[in-house]
Design a protein around this ligand. Sequence first.
Ligand code: AMP
Ligand code: MN
Ligand code: MN
Ligand code: MN
Length: 279
Amino acid sequence: MIDLHLHTTASDGTLDPKALVRRAFSAGIRALSVTDHDTMAGVSLADQEATSLGVEFVSGIEITAVLNGADVHILGYFLHPAPHLLASFLEKQREDRLRRARKICKSLELLKMSINIENLITEAEKNNQVITRPVLAKALLKAGYVKTEREAFGRWIGDGCPAYVQRQGSSPEEVVKVISKAGGVSVLAHPGLLRKDQLIPRLVQAGLVGLEVHHPQHNERQRTHYFELAKKNLLIASGGSDYHGDNHHNAKCLGVVGTPRKEFLALRERLNKMHGVVS
Ligand code: AMP
Ligand code: MN
Ligand code: MN
Ligand code: MN
């Protein structure tokens, strides 16, 4: 099994990079990519553990782009963890995460739900972890304002909720171009959750190479639909479990949902065509 979509404690996953790789290995995964939100902080430890287990490793990331105020997730693969251009781009992404988290907490305060955001930021920085909305959901739960993290998203911080704050950031096209410039290839994450198919041709123009056809939250009909769209646009039909930990609803898909080997090889071929390197 090949899984190209996994999260660690560097973003909103519950396992640290080494533990994540061991967990994936025990689920039968033999090639994987770690794709944390807007950070590659987990990549090198995961790579070390994968190498020691004989698991093929692909460096990765899931970058949040913004289109008309809505988040668009773009997966990047075969990136070097710290090329200058990418490092400064990601730094800006994370700065916006802080701006947004502080603003969400201001709204929550007006709603009589106080969270000490500065403490959360200090704690996250100590652990080299980026701030994500799940951190805020956990804080709301801990403070007793909600009974579950799901409720935190559903009532307060999810898209369109009273304390929802839009992201600010690069367009999906710009993110695809940044990934290409940094020597990688990009894939549109879970297009079935995004529901913006009209965006795909524009992204292909910008250099997109794949569509995440196989994803736990895609039903059979969506899988078929995106497989056909990938074929039509000469895109690679990749996939992964989007695993965040065993307590997360995607956990049952670890070792089950992934990228077919043929598509994985095609992804590498595309990388070679674009950048002339074997990674
Ligand atoms: P952020 O990038 O900070 O907006 O956080 C987005 C992350 O929150 C996603 O990658 C999911 O892991 C998580 N998430 C988004 N919506 C929900 C939801 N309704 N319930 C639980 N987790 C969610
Ligand atoms: Mn996530
Ligand atoms: Mn995503
Ligand atoms: Mn993800």
